[in-house]
Design a protein. Sequence first.
Length: 116
Amino acid sequence: QVQLAESGGGLVQAGGSLRLSCAASRSFFRGPAMAWYRQAPGKQRELVASITRSGSTNYADSVTGRFTISRDSGKNTMYLQMNSLKPEDTAIYYCNLVSASNTAYWGQGTQVTVSS
């Protein structure tokens, strides 16, 4: 079993920055695939950014060039640096991890609110 704990959300003005963290409760022999998702009120959960076991990254078109996903395997932690935030980035952001056995785990989410 793996617990994921997100942190770093909050209220920020448009154009500002936030850094989200996702800490896993244990380490992995092989780095798992991890991702950030978000869900805005009344909308479906969507993929924001992902990082594979080998470290390759992928971003949603809406955040490309503004958000950066990274990981520190030694700390079992993943990050999402969010710059040039827009009101449409307002959502609950969720951390996702997929283990080598293809078991998916989710964090409880952290609220990001961007004011105009």
